[in-house]
Design a binder for this molecule. Structure first.
Ligand code: FES
Length: 404
């Protein structure tokens, strides 16, 4: 017998919203493999982890032609791990598993001849797995493209409002954070839409940009940086097809190491938005839902380091924007002033966009900041010496020098 963690539905909390039937869909067909995808994705937190005792049975799979006996009823990711595969850190090249919910496809390996996600696929007897994924095009779940009137954190503020749409954008599924108030959760936790190659996503995005006459082409999420090979291929293809467009990446910055930034810039990305979200680690943990302090510190520090690195290394070639996640539920004006000082010490001209986080996903209790409150946020950051502050408000964005 063996003890295992599985996920069950808490009938008291479940409101039958259908999200786990239609968007974040279980692939274990009745026998939970313990992947935890539905546990992370349920907007009503109606999934709970329980321990069960099951008879210990084994199945045989082949990994690169070599047979391995692994316990039945587990995920392919766990089977690969038990067979000796070490998943890379999410910021490195190679097979990683950063989202764990089936959205990013960074954990994909070749299963019986086709690319499939190890994190949510249950292991099966006779499965043939190949680890050399470089021989096939990477895949990823992507929503859009759609034209956007305002853009993201790093959309140059002076371009907004000059035409009906400033950017055409796509949004990727999968994120390495678990923000309880995720503002884009229906996409972030999607594991059921068809995945596309970088070239297909780029082709559609360029067509959308041309159709609506936008200045920029953007990718946001979820977290676009999680599947490095996919994202680099996507920018290379945008550069090839979308000459003349500004190429914009909107990221949480948590996996953007200097070498990853360099690779993206070489591939054509010339407009990067980073969202370190907060100025203090404890606030960052509250916003992101990260419980592991060491991991939270690593992500938080890397986001801020990415801001500094891009500002210093690519000043004049990459237009940089910084995103801050504001709501009085987790941040006060003292911290905002600290954030202002921190950015001003890097470069007071950096564009800073403060997002007025509204009730969403698992935090339906928070109140959207008022228009007046967001103007105070803007004043506080400008008081620290920042010259390009934009605040998102319930009635539209207010930018530098704009009437209030
Ligand atoms: S880690 Fe498996 S799809 Fe993201």
């Amino acid at each position: 017998m063996s003890t295992r963690n599985v996920v069950v539905t808490d009938a008291v909390r479940c409101v039958d919203c259908g999200f786990c039937r239609e968007v974040n869909v279980c692939r274990s067909q009745g026998e939970c493999s313990g992947c935890l995808s539905c546990y992370y994705a349920c907007p009503y937190e109606a999934k709970k982890i329980i321990e069960v005792v099951r008879p210990l049975k084994y199945v045989t799979i082949k990994i690169d032609g070599v047979e391995h006996a692994v316990p039945s009823g587990i995920t392919l990711k766990e089977a690969l791990r038990l067979s000796g595969l070490v998943f890379s850190e999410p910021w490195k090249k190679g097979i990683t598993a950063p989202c764990g919910v089936g959205g990013c496809w960074a954990c994909a390996v070749i299963v019986d001849g086709a690319l499939e996600r190890a994190c949510i696929t249950p292991v099966k007897d006779g499965m043939e797995v190949e680890l050399d994924v470089e021989k096939v095009e990477p895949l990823r779940i992507v929503h859009g493209p759609e034209p956007h009137p305002v853009g993201g954190k790093a959309t140059p503020w002076w371009e907004v409002g000059r035409a009906p749409y400033v950017e055409a954008a796509v949004w990727t599924a999968g994120c390495n954070l678990r923000c309880p108030q995720c503002q884009n959760w229906r996409i972030t936790y999607d594991n059921s839409s068809a995945a596309v190659s970088p070239s297909e996503a780029a082709r559609l995005l360029v067509a959308c940009g041309k159709l609506y006459g936008t200045k920029g082409l953007a990718i946001s999420g979820g977290e676009p940086t999680l599947n490095r090979r996919w994202l680099v291929g996507f920018f290379k293809e945008l550069k090839r097809l979308g000459s003349g467009f500004r190429l914009h990446l909107d990221s949480n910055g948590t996996v953007l190491t200097p070498d990853y930034v360099d690779e993206l810039v070489e591939s054509g990305c010339n407009n990067i938005g980073i969202e370190p979200k907060a100025g203090r680690l404890e606030t960052y943990m509250r916003i992101t839902g990260l419980k592991d302090e060491e991991l939270a510190r690593e992500y938080f520090d890397r986001s801020w380091s990415a801001v500094k690195y891009i500002s210093e290394r690519y000043s004049g070639t990459v237009y940089l924007g910084v995103g801050i996640a504001y709501n009085a539920a987790w941040m006060g004006f003292e911290e905002l002033a600290e954030i202002g000082d921190r950015i001003a010490s890097i470069d007071p001209k950096i564009q800073v966009t403060v997002l007025d986080y509204f009730p969403s996903f698992r935090r339906r209790d928070i109140k959207r900041p008022s228009y007046k409150e967001m103007l105070c946020v803007k004043e506080t950051l400008e008081g620290a010496g920042l010259r390009t502050v934009i605040v998102q408000t319930s009635v539209g964005h207010v930018g530098p020098g704009q009437p209030r």
